[in-house]
Design a protein around this ligand. Sequence first.
Ligand SMILES: Cc1cc2nc3c(=O)[nH]c(=O)nc-3n(C[C@H](O)[C@H](O)[C@H](O)COP(=O)(O)OP(=O)(O)OC[C@H]3O[C@@H](n4cnc5c(N)ncnc54)[C@H](O)[C@@H]3O)c2cc1C
Length: 492
Amino acid sequence: MKTAIIIGSGLGGLSTALRLAHKGYKVTVLEKHSRAGGRLNLIEQDGFRFDMGPSFMSMTYELDELFNSIGILNPVELEELDPLYQVFFEGQEKPRLIYKDLQKLEKEFGDIEPDLAAKTDVYLKRAAQFFHDTEDKVVKSNFNNKLEYILKLSRVPLKHLPYLFRTMWSEVDKTFKSEEVKIIFSLVAFFLGATPFKTPAIYSLLNYTEMRHNGYWRVKGGMYRMVEEILKILNSMGVEIIYNTEIVGLGNYNGKINELVDQNGNKWSADIIVSNSDAASFRGKILGRKNYSEKKLDKMHWTLAPFTIYLGVKGKIDKLMHHNYFLGSNFKGYADTIFTSSISPQKPYYYVNSLSKSDKTSAPEGCENIFILCPVPDLRYKNDWSDKDELADNIINDLSERVGFNIPENILTKKILTPVDWAETLNLYRGSGLGLAHDIDQVGAFRPSNKDEELSNLYYVGASTTPGTGLPMVIISSKLVTERIEKDHESI
Ligand SMILES: Cc1cc2nc3c(=O)[nH]c(=O)nc-3n(C[C@H](O)[C@H](O)[C@H](O)COP(=O)(O)OP(=O)(O)OC[C@H]3O[C@@H](n4cnc5c(N)ncnc54)[C@H](O)[C@@H]3O)c2cc1C
């Protein structure tokens, strides 16, 4: 029987385990942490159940495809969000609701942006064309080399070329008049872990995926249900997951990996190895590749780091919805300075998810389950997080004021994770939340490949290899790597 080891149980690793087990491989997953899921994880504390990282799913048809590829229907129950989210601007009492329905959206912004429906329609049609012209040709393709990638890119209609050279901000700036609307349309850049002033305009395709194509979905019972459903199936297929086991080096190798070594000196071997550990830093730290030395890794573009707070609160906070953004003033000034600074932001911008708004089981009765995510500099810029309580208090006090509810006096449980915790728990390079950034020179064949350059049985899956970061993307990544393995090793 063909054997495979997957290093890491993030969504990319688990999805690959499903696909390979279905193809007849005997699969073992080795996981450093004590629980599966990677960033898609769970925190249980004092009767509250928090989603640790991701809080929404998009492109849900990729999740369907994953289960369908092994012959079963998607067992995860999803519910589309409408409105998608609300945005609180500093100094404005009333939040703005973001609707997929453009007539409703126009009404919401009637006082500041005339003809919003028509403008948005043009904007989204343009983004849709780019999305559909690249989804299959570029995003869902394996490339053997840069030339092949460039040839595939050359089949994308030339009219999209200017998109590559403009930033997301300039794209929204030329479409909309009001600062608020521009900011709202550019917020999706943060989902890529970057600011809109540094993100190419091509990623306005994310506006299309959120507002027209497939929307945002929540998972009934919390995001971790996705992992739980996959684990049930893996268990029934005989896939073994071994926890608290970190791969720290290679034993014997000779053109292929014969042995992996864990932190206790135990040796592991299989026909095929798939690393779900970060595809760039694994090459540097575990394989000792010069192109991925610490100096070179530090020069690459990494996505912003997460500073996350999990709060169990007594009482109901009526002003919160499932997804909420709290923004300050001077958006550009903030985005340009804060993410390369060693000082915590004084007026932080942050996102709040309240799972208890839709999932009563995530908090005791009459209580609210609150997750706060504040994007911050990674550990290259700020590695001292001894001020974490100060930053958390600053955010919590600001939130209290803006939702008109005394949160500090009603906290039943609290947990804070800094970029140091994210880095140490899941081996995220310098605490970067979404892995390698998506600049033009770090996507496609310019992103670390899902097939190793030297070792013939080593492959990669997940956020820092192709196609990129986010839950649907790492599911696509598992499909691409499985296709590679099948093609390369038909005869095993
Ligand atoms: C705060 C936050 C919020 C997010 N929100 C969203 C969202 O709402 N929607 C969305 O689509 N995406 C979101 N993302 C992005 C999404 O979580 C990631 O893109 C995705 O989960 C990455 O999955 P992955 O398979 O690459 O691996 P990971 O989740 O990184 O898992 C890799 C696993 O490998 C293990 N590992 C690493 N090295 C080793 C080793 N040497 N030996 C053994 N095990 C090892 C780690 O412990 C980890 O469990 C968010 C990310 C963060 C951090």
